[in-house]
Design a protein around this ligand. Structure first.
Ligand SMILES: Cc1cc2nc3c(=O)[nH]c(=O)nc-3n(C[C@H](O)[C@H](O)[C@H](O)COP(=O)(O)O)c2cc1C
Length: 285
């Protein structure tokens, strides 16, 4: 994946954009997004499909049926993707879709991940979803006013969007009793910070990283009530999508600081109450 700016500049400057203006996205930008989608390989190898749809001049009734009304304003483009159902499909989806989101930001376009506030079936139809594929999330896409309208600011305050958990609440050494100190892994300071800044559903930041014997183990901290709500409303487990986003931020920024490594699923791993093991990252030496 090629970006024109370092990911360590892209990640801290991306924020969710919920109000768009009517400018069209250029052909060049659309084709850059297209090629980006065709290049992406997700860590667990899931089958993914991407598409940007343009929905200009739609009648009010149809727009309302898309279900983004009230949250997203003025967007006539949407970034859509589907993934074939499998064990790690949602993690792969998060990883891959975040690459597209960062690419859009690199092109100067705004996005907003949408996992709850859209009509899944309407967008699945627009995408022409294949059998056994699901559409866990979509994103609005387009040009925006960088001065940010009041409405967007209010949503950000309500969702506490600019806040992130501090390092010591999410990064640990060997077990959950010992926070990971930056001095222990100095060359990973940037990848970990970029992971910390990742967006997540309702900004819950479910990632917990346990560093042990040179390996970074990625766990998902389960927000049980939140997950029960999702199950009830038939929304996919968005916290697994969040884990994929965290993996993308970590891996891209590790590559940027010259670290080569890979994700792998370890058979021997520690269990922690309330947490699910997802994957481990091991540097190639
Ligand atoms: C998987 C996922 C699902 C999300 N779903 C929604 C959504 O349905 N509606 C919405 O307004 N924002 C949604 N968001 C955006 C988050 O609220 C936002 O990323 C978070 O508050 C952090 O703010 P930031 O993106 O501006 O950094 C979602 C984000 C993620 C990663």
């Amino acid at each position: 994946m090629e970006f024109t700016r370092p990911v360590s500049q892209l990640i801290p400057t991306r924020i969710s954009v919920r109000t768009y203006d009517s400018r069209k996205i250029s052909r060049e930008d659309l084709s850059a997004l297209d090629s980006c989608g065709s290049e992406i390989c997700a860590p667990f190898g899931s089958d993914l499909a991407f598409r940007v749809v343009h929905l200009p001049d739609l009648e009010e009734g149809y727009l309302a049926s898309l279900g983004t009304y009230g949250v997203i304003r003025g967007a006539s483009y949407y970034l859509l993707a589907s993934v074939k159902e499998s064990l790690n499909a949602l993690v792969d989806f998060g990883y891959a879709f975040e690459l597209m989101v960062l690419k859009a930001h690199d092109l100067g376009l705004g996005t907003c991940w949408l996992g709850g506030t859209f009509t899944r079936s309407a967008f699945a139809e627009l995408l022409g979803v294949r059998p056994n594929h699901i559409v866990p999330c979509i994103s609005s896409l387009g040009h925006y006013n960088p001065s940010m309208p009041m409405r967007d600011r209010a949503i950000r305050i309500l969702a506490r969007s600019s806040k992130r958990l501090p390092w010591e609440k999410i990064f640990f050494h060997s077990d959950l009793k010992h926070p990971l100190r930056e001095e222990t892994v100095p060359k990973y300071a940037v990848p970990l910070e970029m992971l910390r800044l990742a967006p997540s559903a309702s900004n819950r930041q479910p990632w917990r990283i346990i560093y042990d014997a040179g390996i970074f183990h990625f766990y998902r901290y389960r927000s049980s009530m939140y997950l029960a709500g999702m199950r009830l409303t038939k929304i996919p487990d968005l916290q697994l999508v969040d884990m994929g986003i965290a993996m993308a931020h970590f891996e891209l920024s590790a590559q940027e600081v010259g670290i080569t490594g890979a994700f792998e699923t370890m058979r021997e791993r520690k269990e922690f109450k309330g947490m699910d093991y997802v994957v481990s990252y091991k540097e190639e030496i």
